[in-house]
Ligand binder design. Structure first.
Ligand code: UDP
Ligand code: MG
Length: 310
């Protein structure tokens, strides 16, 4: 017997879970009888009836397992908890809102068992149905992060991945507190097949990602995987030293040739403003890395379990 663990992070998904569960079961029926399943719901501190719904499912269906956090720790923490506790030979991560079509599971399973891949990733080929401004910044983010890091981040990649236990274990072995799972998935390497699909709208409920939350997430991803912003700080610092040196030469020359009428106060003020702005900006960037280091050093747990049937 082979076992597939399906990890589903849930935060306020009371409306989506019943639909998700039904649709998932339909697709699981198409698997050979030798394959067992475990559906592991991670309740990430939901404020609605998510936990109750999951518990009811668990009563009816022994495949259903749950882990409930003591508060909202974020999707990345939920994914980590799922990977750590899943018992399957294969592990897959799925959103509860059916934006990750369960119909792809079979193809993903085939790729890993028959075609010799270690893992399968999915990417959206379109961003249809998403606000234009969000798509624009998402594209910009992928361009930036790919320039800044040595590992490749696939544009439009989802957290919907299917992997062998060995890949899941590799991701768990990265114990960092600031987790950007898509980056960690690229980081561990292995032989990955990418499957494309068209963007699907969420079946029920609302997205948990505001524009502000996404921006913070993007900055988190960049600081977690790249130190390029720090190099940029040194680079711009050197550039401004060179410029100021040239300016000094110009001013000395002018004073010798034309004398010294006191002038240029407005431009001086502008320059001071600009340079202090740049300094504060880079101080902020350094602060970001320092803050991240601070959080890592504390070694707090990534999640805290309140209730489970594992
Ligand atoms: N999620 C979570 N914790 C959070 C936010 C989201 O577990 O703090 C779950 C959510 O329930 C869903 C998945 O992560 O199953 C993806 O969230 P969402 O659909 O809101 O994101 P989007 O698809 O809009 O990027
Ligand atoms: Mg979604």
């Amino acid at each position: 017997m082979e076992k597939i663990s399906i990890i589903v992070p849930c935060y306020n998904e009371e409306k989506a879970i019943p639909l998700f569960y039904e649709e998932l079961l339909k697709n699981l029926k198409e698997f050979p009888k030798t394959v067992e399943f475990e559906i592991l719901f991670i309740n990430d501190g939901s404020k609605d009836d998510t936990l109750k719904i999951v518990k009811d499912l668990a009563k009816k269906d022994s495949k259903v397992k749950y882990i409930s956090f003591s508060r909202n720790f974020g999707k990345e923490a939920a994914i980590f908890a799922g990977l750590e506790n899943a018992t399957g030979d294969y592990v897959t991560l799925m959103d509860a809102d059916l934006q990750d079509p369960p119909s792809l599971l079979k193809e993903m399973y085939q790729a890993v068992t028959k075609e010799g891949y270690d893992a399968v990733g999915t990417r959206r080929s379109t961003r249809k149905g998403e606000p234009i401004i969000r798509s624009f910044f998402a594209r910009l983010f992928y361009k930036l992060i790919n320039k800044m890091t040595s590992i490749e981040m696939v544009d439009g990649a989802r957290d919907y991945v299917f992997m062998k236990r060995i890949v899941a274990d590799a991701i768990i072995s990265l114990k960092e507190y600031n987790r950007y799972t898509k980056g960690l998935f690229s980081f561990v390497g292995f032989n990955v097949k990418w499957i494309e699909y068209k963007n699907v709208q969420r079946v029920a409920g609302e997205t948990k990602w505001s524009f502000w939350k996404l921006t913070k997430y993007a900055l988190e991803a960049i600081t977690a995987f790249s130190t390029t912003p720090l190099i940029l700080a040194s680079f711009i610092g050197i550039l401004f030293c060179i410029i100021s040196f040239l300016l000094i030469l110009v001013i000395i020359g002018k004073t010798i040739i034309f004398g010294d009428p006191t002038s240029g106060w407005p431009s001086l003020v502008c320059i001071i403003f600009m340079l202090s702005g740049i300094q504060l900006f880079f101080l902020g960037i350094i602060g970001q890395y320092l803050a991240k280091t601070y959080l890592e050093v504390k070694q707090r747990p990534i999640y805290i379990i309140k209730d489970t049937n594992m």
